[in-house]
Design a protein around this ligand. Sequence first.
Ligand SMILES: Nc1nc2c(ncn2[C@@H]2O[C@H](COP(=O)(O)OP(=O)(O)OP(=O)(O)O)[C@@H](O)[C@H]2O)c(=O)[nH]1
Ligand SMILES: [Mg+2]
Length: 310
Amino acid sequence: MDLIKEIFRGNPRAVGRAISLVENDGVGARPLMKGIFAGRKDALVLGITGTPGSGKSTLADKLIGQFRRKNKKIGVVAVDPSSPFTGGAVLGDRIRMMGHSTDPGVFIRSMATRGHLGGLAKSTGDAIAILEAAGYDIVLVETVGVGQDEVEVVKLAEFILVVLTPATGDEIQAFKAGIMEIADLFVLNKSDLPAAEKLEVELRAVLDLGLKDQPRPPVVKTSAIEGKGIEHLVREIQNVVSARSSSDRELRRRKLLSWMLRDIAREKMFDWLSRKVPKSEFERYIDKIANRKIDPYSAADEIIARLKKP
Ligand SMILES: Nc1nc2c(ncn2[C@@H]2O[C@H](COP(=O)(O)OP(=O)(O)OP(=O)(O)O)[C@@H](O)[C@H]2O)c(=O)[nH]1
Ligand SMILES: [Mg+2]
């Protein structure tokens, strides 16, 4: 089948095949993405991040339900950075959103790291673009917010929800670095648990300290498992999004695209480098570094200098 044409027609099988192709960086992946970008529409891309087990998938499931009531088509990309060994988490994500698996307005896909570092962000970015091309109005990206890689992935979203729960105590401390700054909204999930009030007080205190001169992102309490607070959450998301001026949105888009371009360029440079510099040369440098004959920075400079020579 003509994959690009079928994607633009919204054929979910074509979408699935295209995502597999970019995930494996298979033959045809690059021309495919060129075709996709040429006619892409913009969806609202929502990132959901938070510690393992904070209820991201349960929340995504409830958000899907809410958006479907508004007749929006939803694509979900659940990213599992820790694979290939933890099929369990991905399976859990799938099961938790199973209620929507037969709905043609919903497309759910999990993705795992196959290749090198950074590859995940690239293939997730491609998957988002494919879903946008297929006409999904909203794309949810679920990722565990722990490592740098995951932060990179969630930055692909134009609106980031950070999920906290009272179940894990030092979460707020951990989140202060990195994730805190990129949150557009905080979800206090599992608010049915006793320590929810305490967490809210702590979070607001941290936000007051950390974000002195900036507007505080909204904090919304939910109990995803009971479906509580979801309507409020959707309203808050819409409030923040619609309060953004079109120039704000444009700026954000450009930031994402420039970040994506850099990522692709970096990857291509690295491919090129790996082809130009034989493995044996790398090995020789590694020996020298190990024997303290040279430091890695100077070694990298030497390799680059050699490549620059005509
Ligand atoms: N008490 C309570 N439990 C919840 C709530 N939301 C989710 N859970 C439970 O928390 C567990 C983890 O939920 P998931 O939705 O899989 O969490 P997740 O963040 O997607 O987990 P990973 O993808 O593995 O990181 C499940 O047992 C859920 O039933 C909630 O609002 N209250
Ligand atoms: Mg999950």
